[in-house]
Write a protein that binds this ligand. Structure first.
Ligand code: NAD
Ligand code: TDX
Length: 338
């Protein structure tokens, strides 16, 4: 089979490409625009694999995408391509609408036109909005109503609705996964965990939004990749699967863990102005994927965090290049006045 992975030069997409190349004999084609978040060096090992091919391009470019489908004839499309950072969506929402909604629409139309076995949309638990901090009994199920907070999550929810509409109206064989926060190798250093690891290593302040009591439900990226692989190959058409491992932590707990591991002082923590509309708590109920596909996460948080921190220690070159580039301007804009 030919698997088209869009957004495969980003964090989760690249991990998924390595997962697929190791687990199956299928050919993998990566389509990525290489925005600020895409990093071709992440795929350098995959480039040496004859089952792999990289194509630079934009999922919103209809002519280009149709031509690619005509030439490459993908059997399966897994769409990771997105603008993915909530803070950026608050600054500049429009690109989120373009990439996340229009881009998904173009891919769906290409699938209709050229035919595929499965289109899989990589979505997020953020489409369900947030849960109160004082109700630990509440979790997101696949039936929880969509109630988005940020331009990012609104654009992801809109894309999910389009995917469902193409299933109902045109009978397109689709599936959707809604996963909790991922962490692991190749995570772009604007997101909480890599940002805090790198700042701590550089003895820079660790900016925690608000009180640091907001809760995220963390999953090691390889476990997410395995869940997507199962859904694409064995999951039911037209279905949504929540993916998460009951691993809730406050942001402060996560940051303290990083400082402890790196033997850095807690004084590096700096509480800064809160994110507007900051979601309080995410928590996934993964019962459906547990029951139907026998999926559960393999990596415990302590072990996953150790592996992740070790990876950042061993791959200074990867993140140093990002930090030396345009990321610096963005960093200054986001944090200088806080
Ligand atoms: P990322 O920002 O690291 O990577 C996104 C990739 O998409 C980049 O390589 C970028 O170059 C590419 N891209 C952006 N616009 C494009 C376009 N127009 N055409 C082609 N490629 C384009 O994101 P990520 O964290 O790897 O997230 C991947 C997907 O998973 C996203 O859809 C995101 O919403 C979803 N998700 C992420 C998390 C998380 O914790 N990171 C959790 C749940 C779901
Ligand atoms: O500097 C920071 N300080 C801070 O306190 C940053 C970057 C984040 N935070 C907080 C905000 C959140 O409560 O940490 C938490 C995690 O923030 P992010 O890493 O930006 O992730 P989040 O907003 O939870 O969204 C992530 O998970 C769901 C991904 O970026 C999304 O793409 C995914 O859909």
């Amino acid at each position: 089979m030919n698997i088209l992975v869009t957004g495969g030069a980003g964090f989760i997409g690249s991990n998924f490409i390595y997962y697929e190349l190791a687990a199956h004999e299928d050919k993998v084609i990566c389509l990525d625009l290489l925005t600020y978040a895409g990093n071709i060096s992440t795929l350098s090992t995959a480039m040496q694999n004859e089952k792999f091919k990289f194509i630079k391009g934009d999922i919103t470019d209809r002519v280009f995408v149709y031509d690619l489908f005509k030439r490459e004839k993908p059997d399966i499309v897994v769409n990771f391509a997105a603008e993915s950072h909530v803070d950026r969506s608050i600054e500049t929402p429009e690109i989120f609408l373009q990439t996340n909604i229009i881009g998904t629409g173009v891919l769906l139309d290409a699938c209709r036109k050229y035919g595929i076995k499965r289109y899989h949309q990589v979505s997020t638990d953020e489409v369900y909005g947030d849960l109160p901090l004082d109700r630990p009994d509440l979790f997101f199920t696949e039936d929880t109503p969509l109630r988005t907070s940020s331009p990012y999550s609104a654009s992801k929810a809109a894309a999910d609705l389009l995917v469902q509409a193409y299933h109902r109206t045109y009978g397109l064989p689709v599936s959707i996964s809604r996963c909790s926060n991922n962490y692991g190798p190749y995570h772009f250093p604007e997101k909480l965990i890599p940002l805090m690891i790198i700042n701590a290593l550089n003895d820079k302040q660790l900016p925690i939004y608000g009180t640091g009591r907001n809760v995220r439900d963390w999953l090691y990226v390889e476990d997410h990749c395995q869940a997507i692989d199962l859904i694409v190959r064995k999951g039911q058409e037209g279905e949504i699967y929540n993916v998460g491992g009951h691993n809730e932590k406050t942001n402060l707990q996560v940051v303290e863990m990083i400082l402890k591991y790196l033997h850095k002082p807690y004084e590096l923590i700096k509480f800064v102005t809160d994110r507007p509309g900051h979601d309080r708590r995410y928590a996934i109920n993964p019962a459906k994927i547990n029951d139907e596909l026998d999926w559960q996460p393999k990596t415990r948080f302590n072990e996953g965090m150790k592996k992740t921190i070790k990876w950042y220690l061993a791959h200074r070159d990867w993140w140093q290049k990002i930090i030396d580039g345009s990321y610096k301007d963005y960093y200054a804009k986001m944090y200088e006045d806080k």
